[in-house]
Design a binder for this molecule. Structure first.
Ligand SMILES: NC(=O)c1ccc[n+]([C@@H]2O[C@H](COP(=O)([O-])OP(=O)(O)OC[C@H]3O[C@@H](n4cnc5c(N)ncnc54)[C@H](O)[C@@H]3O)[C@@H](O)[C@H]2O)c1
Length: 349
């Protein structure tokens, strides 16, 4: 990592007014925690009325100016944005559950597509705003042959399934608002799968498998375990989000840039399950799941995905610091502690 982590200086972040959409989410919560520690002021938007348990657990809930609003509601969103004079905005709100997207594409498109143009339209004319980071996703690329991976930023977006289409659409919309027509200072991020403390969507692979090892849930594979995925640890992602917002703030010529981030390594779902079960000393569970993989077929999902951080390194000397094994160790011990304090059953209501 570059010795100049100038993007983490309090001098820059102190008193900066930052909008985070999706504050109740996994990345939103972790990012808020990081930026509050740097003395920034956070305004958060969520379509969940109550602040989530991660924000409470991390004791940052009270430090966030929270607004309950659905970003698909333009007039409400515009009113909130107009109350502030933001310096930086992170657009993270999205319906991210791939299974929900398969069953309810409408809801997914409303949040992820309409929500994105509502937000960017509301931000037009914001005088102080110098950085908008829009979270797209590796899913926006759609299906490529394994031999063509890792994805490059200049690859065509060719999504097919609803979540993937919603992210690619938001990605294009963001690009259009960054164009010479509107000149919004936007960077678009296409990150690999993210894992770590605070991921409370327990249907995602890593929390699902860790919680199965802790006997809270039954792990039911969604496919045959052969799909390859790339995993970034959440601390790396928050570090990168600080890096991108800082650099765009200082250099408006970065507007419209797209950055992939991954670790260069694709792990099959089978390998991830194996790593978690081995770390947690539960080979028996691994062999049970392996048998279930044999009877499953993956449908409605991209086969293989992984990416590099090559462009990020070229521009900012940025690279991820966490190896998957280290990230998994931290994550496993975080879930153990968290679930001692917060009753798992409270998530099932
Ligand atoms: N987690 C990953 O692996 C990953 C990888 C690449 C990209 N991303 C992107 O990063 C962003 C954050 O992901 P996350 O993992 O934190 O997801 P998350 O589900 O934990 O958080 C998303 C948040 O957005 C809120 N939200 C959803 N629809 C909304 C709406 N219509 N109005 C207001 N709020 C709404 C949800 O309540 C939730 O708090 C998403 O845009 C996602 O597509 C995530």
């Amino acid at each position: 990592m570059t010795k100049s982590k100038n993007y983490l200086h309090k001098k820059f972040w102190s008193k900066k007014l930052i909008l985070i959409t999706g504050i109740n989410g996994f990345i939103g919560g972790n990012l808020a925690k990081k930026l509050i520690n740097l003395d920034a002021k956070i305004v958060g938007i969520s379509n969940k009325r109550i602040k989530n348990k991660f924000l409470e657990y991390e004791k940052i809930a009270k430090k966030i100016d929270f607004h309950y609003v659905d970003i698909s509601n333009y007039s409400k969103l515009k009113k909130i944005v107009a109350q502030y004079n933001f310096d930086i905005c992170y657009h993270l709100a999205a319906q991210v559950d791939v299974n929900v997207a398969k069953n309810n594409p409408f809801l997914t498109y409303e949040s992820n597509i309409r929500g994105t143009y509502n937000l960017l339209e509301s931000l037009r004319g914001s005088k102080k705003l110098k950085s908008i980071i829009v979270a797209s996703s590796d899913k926006a690329y759609g299906e490529y042959n394994l031999k063509d991976l890792p994805y490059k930023e200049n690859y065509d977006l060719r999504p097919l399934y609803p979540y993937d289409v919603s992210k690619a659409s938001a990605d294009f919309i963001a690009k259009s608002y960054a164009s010479d027509l509107f000149n919004l200072p936007i960077i678009i991020t296409r990150f690999a799968n993210i894992f770590g403390p605070g991921q409370l969507n327990f249907t995602a692979l890593i929390p699902d498998c860790i919680l199965a090892n802790l006997n809270y849930r039954k792990f039911i594979p969604r496919g045959d375990g052969k799909n390859k995925r790339d995993f970034l640890y959440v601390d790396d992602v928050c570090d990168l989000y600080a890096c991108l917002a800082f650099n765009l703030y200082k250099n408006k010529n970065l507007k419209g840039e797209i950055f992939n981030a991954g670790t260069k390594t694709g792990y099959s779902v089978d390998e991830i399950v194996n790593k978690i079960c081995t770390t947690m000393g539960n080979d028996k569970l691994y062999y049970k799941i392996k048998k279930q993989f044999a009877n499953k077929k993956t449908i409605g999902e991209i086969q293989h995905q992984f990416m590099t951080f090559e462009k990020l390194y070229r521009y900012f000397k940025w690279k991820p610091e966490f190896k998957i094994e280290k990230g998994l160790e931290h994550t496993i011990s975080w879930y153990k502690d968290f679930l001692k304090t917060i009753d798992y059953k409270s998530f099932l209501k």
